[in-house]
Design a protein around this ligand. Structure first.
Ligand SMILES: Cc1cc2nc3c(=O)[nH]c(=O)nc-3n(C[C@H](O)[C@H](O)[C@H](O)COP(=O)(O)OP(=O)(O)OC[C@H]3O[C@@H](n4cnc5c(N)ncnc54)[C@H](O)[C@@H]3O)c2cc1C
Length: 469
């Protein structure tokens, strides 16, 4: 059989014997895919269609043993590796060109223990799937705002979502993880075992190993009050001024996000997304003034199950569109900053693009700063500029729009960035990863990288480099 050209960690192409690849692939319980195989394209494609990469081999992992085999195969052959969880990372870290994609998407089990209010989930699970299982018992944990995002990447980077005011970030709800490290060992990490690894995996991303099991703390969730308030864009500054004051005194149960979006009728509008995770009547009382102010063009707020809240934004984020995002934490909601956003939103080249202002509060702020690698607990607002469009030929104008707005918002930024929204290093610059952690945490993460992944096998993530690398 002919040899196969494959990308090495060094960036060079190396030849691997086809029999060796075949032996590796057939040894996996989940099998493997090569270019031209049925299912290869479906497995390699990620959320962001702007990133179109073709791994030489896709290891379809069905369980921990497959992950260990794939890590050992990659390490011993010095291969370029990417790890695919829910494939939502917009900078395309789940996919590599010419290397080995370790695809965790077949690993779908979720086991809920309603008595201890805990759940164990494998890394191929999405938040929609996780919540489907936990909500059978009226339980949930903080997960993403969109149901199709993977639990793995989101939790490893921190994980903000509807329930974070009550329960902290997704990573704050981890009790333990099982992780396969670069040397092919399976380590269990928790507050009492491999504590340093556990610290780094809560915010430090996929740098230190492949997590094969997440154990989460669960909490009662729903039915709850959820929905959207829409306002005319020319009222945005006044609405947001009110919103800023309102959320300063709102209880932990209330999760809200602001979005500058295009309505189904084609009008640019300001949207306030609302989720009140508490008694419905109390929620009605709490959100009354927010619902009345304006008044809004539309108000969809009403009682609903948590899974419905959690799918509220799904239609705006289908897989397969062109995506270019940029983000920064904000110092506050300066009226001047709102004017800048409104001005740019009015000129957005694509109706699918949006600007989000995400509010951090409550339990997120109360977790000790040094408890996890996540570094932005004191931030109040995060700005996320989401460029989404259909035609690949329209890349230049859409990327420019995102970059221009991001640049114009620089004076209002606090300088830090959320790792899960970081773009490609070539685009952002290596310094931006540091700004995601701050100097102290970054240094601690580099030391962890040296301990658990000294050759930087796991490099397609929020790339913390060992000091030698
Ligand atoms: C539509 C959309 C909505 C989003 N909403 C939110 C939100 O509400 N809150 C929020 O915090 N973020 C949100 N994000 C950002 C999201 O957290 C990141 O994109 C995250 O990286 C996605 O994780 P994933 O498993 O889906 O992605 P992937 O692209 O599969 O993986 C992301 C990174 O994690 C690594 N990785 C994946 N699985 C593992 C594993 N088991 N072990 C080790 N490393 C692994 C990958 O190698 C990659 O580097 C959203 C993104 C999108 C596109």
């Amino acid at each position: 059989m002919a040899n196969i050209e494959i990308a090495a960690m060094t960036g060079r192409q190396v030849m691997l014997n086809a029999d060796v690849i075949e032996q590796f692939g057939t040894g996996l319980r989940g099998g493997h895919l090569l270019r031209g195989d049925d299912g290869y394209d479906a497995a390699r494609k990620i959320y962001n269609a702007m990133i179109d990469r073709r791994p030489a081999i896709i290891a379809r992992c069905a369980g921990v043993a497959d992950v260990i085999d794939a890590v050992n195969f990659a390490r011993s052959n010095h291969l370029l590796v990417s790890v695919r969880g829910g494939r939502h990372n917009v900078s395309g870290k789940a996919a590599c060109d010419g290397g080995l994609m370790i695809d965790l998407s077949p690993m779908k089990s979720v086991r809920v223990d309603p008595e201890s209010k805990t759940a164990r989930a494998e890394p191929g699970v999405t938040w929609g799937e996780f919540d489907h299982e936990t909500q059978a018992f009226g339980l949930a944990t903080t997960g993403g705002l969109v149901s199709t995002t993977g639990i793995a990447g989101l939790t490893l980077g921190g994980g903000l979502g509807w329930l974070m005011g009550n329960y902290g970030l997704a990573c704050d709800n981890l009790i333990s993880v099982d992780a396969v490290t670069a040397d092919g060992r399976l380590l269990i990490a928790s507050d009492s075992r491999n504590e340093d690894l556990f610290w780094g995996l809560r915010g430090g991303g996929g740098n230190f190993g492949i997590v094969t099991s997440f154990e989460f703390r669960l909490h009662p969730a729903g039915p709850m009050l959820g929905g959207i308030l829409l306002h005319r864009l020319d009222k945005a500054a006044a609405i947001i001024r009110f919103y800023d004051g309102f959320t300063r005194t709102s209880p932990d149960e209330l999760g809200t996000f602001v979005g500058f979006v295009t309505s189904p009728e084609g009008e640019r509008v300001l949207a306030i997304f609302v989720c009140y995770n508490g008694a419905i009547e109390e929620g009605e009382r709490i959100v009354k003034s927010l619902r009345e102010f304006g008044p809004p063009l539309a108000d969809t707020i009403g009682p609903m199950p948590y899974v419905q809240v959690q799918r509220m934004m799904d239609d705006a984020f289908p897989t397969g569109r062109q995506n270019y995002w940029k983000s920064n934490f904000l110092k506050g909601l300066d009226p001047e900053a709102i004017d800048v956003i409104v001005d740019h939103v009015e000129k957005a080249p694509s109706p699918y693009s949006a600007v989000a202002i995400e509010q951090f509060s409550g339990a997120v702020n109360r977790v000790r700063m040094d408890a996890t690698a996540f570094n932005h607990r004191n931030a109040r607002y995060n700005l996320l500029i989401v460029g989404i469009w259909l035609d690949p030929a329209a890349k230049a104008e859409n990327v420019k729009w995102v970059r221009d707005l991001w640049g114009a918002m620089e004076p209002f930024s606090s300088g830090g960035v959320y790792v899960n929204y970081l773009g490609q290093e070539a685009d952002e610059g290596a310094e931006r990863v540091k700004s995601a952690y701050g100097p102290e945490k970054y240094a601690r993460l580099v030391a962890l990288k040296e301990k658990y992944d000294p050759t930087n096998l796991f490099r397609l993530n929020q790339n913390i480099k060992p000091s030698a690398g």
